[in-house]
Design a protein around this ligand. Structure first.
Ligand SMILES: Nc1nc2c(ncn2[C@@H]2O[C@H](COP(=O)(O)OP(=O)(O)O)[C@@H](O)[C@H]2O)c(=O)[nH]1
Ligand SMILES: [Mg+2]
Length: 327
């Protein structure tokens, strides 16, 4: 009976990417519940992304179990990627990602992982009540809403808060994630999860005022530029036909609008004169449109390759962690 219970209970790894967070990381780690129903063990993993302050010392003192070091600052997304990999390696059944700045309330972890424990989700996203957070500047609130809307369109999933990093992944979801960006992982992981057919649930969460300055967002505009680039690239990678057909159609439409008169004139008179200029322009737009569509077909073939590569990678990771890679 005991053995059966043990096999059912999963190991939880709470991973914390951190860049110079000595002020708050201790509070974060101390707040993490170490006993949760249905969880055999809670381990805290800190990703020290080239910290130059006392983050690591404070984290160890507060009870961190594993620390991964980057010799220099690599960025949030690479830290997240390494954190997931390390969590899988130490046998995590569920992985929670949280921030080191004490903005999220770690006492909510049982609530965050519940849908995974109940086999109702592979990925649980938390969402904040953005417009009722008095401490959040208006520019950030608006930025959040715009980025969330774009993520909704790109993922075709009604995400409520696309920027919240407080999330729980099942082992299966973590094995399937291939984060490619070097800046932030938040939008890319949602788009990937939807495209890989993972089941997503959303739960509300609290969000405290940040102590100290944001490490990630020095200004909202550069965050928006970087974030938009990541979303567009991920969308292009997973839905290339839609992107290229849309782009090509715009050119073909302009070509038709310009060339309509020329074609009509040519059919009735058999001549291009006096519409040579229009004819040239229409041809140019038409050719460009067709070229973009052909790129779309090529990109779609690359997408098929990517899907196969991702499946191979998934099986490879399973083999690496000593699991059955045949299912
Ligand atoms: N590993 C790593 N973590 C980072 C980096 N930049 C930000 N973070 C962490 O990512 C989390 C969110 O960053 P934060 O500055 O709070 O962003 P904001 O809340 O969106 O303004 C915090 O735990 C940061 O320590 C980075 O370059 N590397
Ligand atoms: Mg923060």
């Amino acid at each position: 009976m005991k053995k059966n219970k043990e096999t059912q209970d999963q190991k939880l790894v709470v991973m914390i990417p951190a860049y110079n967070e000595e002020r708050t990381i201790g509070q974060v780690i101390k707040e993490i519940p170490r006993k949760i129903p249905g969880i055999s063990e809670v381990l805290v993993l800190v990703i020290d992304d080239g910290c130059t302050d006392k983050t690591v010392e404070v984290a160890i003192k507060a009870g961190a179990n594993i620390i991964i070091h980057h010799k220099m600052n690599k960025g949030l997304a690479p830290s997240f990627r390494d954190g997931l990999e390390a969590s899988l390696k130490i046998g995590a059944g569920i992985i929670v990602n949280t921030d080191a700045d004490f903005q999220y309330d770690q006492r909510e972890i049982p609530n965050l992982i519940k849908p995974i424990q109940d086999h109702k989700a592979d990925l649980v996203l938390s969402y904040r009540d953005i417009f009722n957070l008095d401490h959040m500047p208006l520019s950030k609130k608006i930025g959040n809403k715009i980025a969330t809307k774009v993520t909704q369109i790109a993922s075709n999933y009604p995400v409520i808060d696309g920027q919240s990093g407080y999330r729980a992944f099942s082992r299966e979801a973590a094995l399937k994630m291939n984060v490619m960006s070097n800046y932030t992982y938040v939008q890319e992981t949602i788009i990937q999860a939807v495209n890989k057919g993972l089941c997503i649930k959303q739960v509300p969460c609290a969000f405290r005022k940040r102590q100290g300055k944001s490490r990630l967002i020095s200004n909202v505009l550069s965050y928006a530029r970087n974030g938009a680039g990541i979303i567009l690239r991920t969308y292009r990678d997973y839905s290339p036909l839609k992107v290229f057909v849309l782009g090509g159609s715009v050119f073909l439409f302009v070509s038709a609008a310009i060339g309509f008169v020329v074609l009509k004139h040519f059919i009735t008179t058999g001549m291009l004169t006096p519409y040579h200029g229009r004819a040239l322009l229409s041809t140019l737009f038409g050719m460009t449109g067709i070229m973009i569509m052909v790129f779309g077909l090529l990109a779609d073939m690359i997408r098929t390759q990517r899907m196969m590569l991702e499946d191979a990678l998934y099986r490879l990771k399973k083999m690496k962690f000593g699991e059955d890679a045949t299912d």
